[in-house]
Write a protein that binds this ligand. Structure first.
Ligand code: GDP
Ligand code: MG
Length: 235
């Protein structure tokens, strides 16, 4: 496939929300020659796949729900090689082309930059605060091709995937940029699933994040394709 830019959109039961995001991504694609948008349907039980198929995207369907990390890994395996990668959630509110440019520009301008982590600003107060103080969890990211190429498999990580990516980048000593994504936010779990189910799902997410925080070091030691210790010790 080898596109210039691969945009991966992990999606689990996002039927009412994914159209708004794909509308923006696919119109971005039409103005940029070699961009591919890959939706990874993570075993959804709603019409996420059917809605996605209305857009010029590549669809990867996982037969059962495997979690965000496995969905992203399935997208990476599908594309295999790209010069730049973007990870974009399927439930964003008010995504604009400018946000995609902001995630890509630091990678294009400074070839040393390995990863960008988008920080919501001026969207919703709660999501802004979460992004400001728990940036390690932010899901909108850009990557240089070499970062993804050298990355160990993410399939185990579920919602701990962002923590793993940030820890891995720090361990490798890779420069990371944090562009502010103005007026962007996302649907919170409580709004998507109702308070009780949403809250339970949030606790489950924190559990997966905590697990990733515990095991990332050992996982890196055992599975890294490169062995560059920036400071000689793991952070
Ligand atoms: N909830 C959930 N989301 C998943 C899963 N796999 C992929 N995703 C996608 O990961 C993104 C972030 O999920 P979300 O529940 O909104 O997490 P939050 O934004 O961190 O609260 C969305 O695009 C989801 O559709 C999964 O197993 N569960
Ligand atoms: Mg969300």
């Amino acid at each position: 496939m080898n596109p210039e830019i691969a945009i991966l959109v992990p999606a689990f039961n996002e039927e009412p929300r994914i159209g708004e995001v794909l509308e923006v991504l696919c119109s971005y694609t039409s103005s940029h020659a070699a961009v591919v948008v890959v939706v990874i349907d993570d075993g959804s039980t709603d019409k996420t796949a059917a809605v996605s198929k209305q857009y010029p995207i590549e669809l990867v369907s996982l037969t059962s729900n495997q979690g965000k990390g496995a969905a992203l890994q399935a997208g990476i395996n599908h594309v295999q090689e790209a010069h730049y990668w973007l990870f974009v959630d399927a439930d964003l509110i008010n995504l604009q082309h400018e946000h995609l440019n902001l995630l890509l520009n630091p990678l294009l301008i400074n070839k040393e930059t390995a990863m960008t982590v988008g920080v919501f600003k001026g969207g919703k107060t709660l999501t802004d605060l979460a992004h400001r103080y728990f940036g390690i969890l932010n899901g909108q990211r850009g990557f240089a091709g070499s970062f993804i190429h050298n990355l160990p498999d993410l399939s185990w990580s579920r919602f701990g995937v962002e923590i793993f990516l940030s820890k891995y980048a720090a361990w490798q000593g890779y420069p990371v940029a944090y562009p502010h994504l103005k007026a962007l936010s996302h649907h919170m779990k409580e709004a998507k699933y109702g308070f009780k189910k949403g809250f339970y799902s949030r606790l489950q997410m924190y559990r997966e994040c905590f697990y990733s925080r515990l095991v990332w070091k050992n996982y890196c030691r055992q599975h890294s394709k490169t062995n560059y210790y920036s400071s000689g010790t793991l952070p």
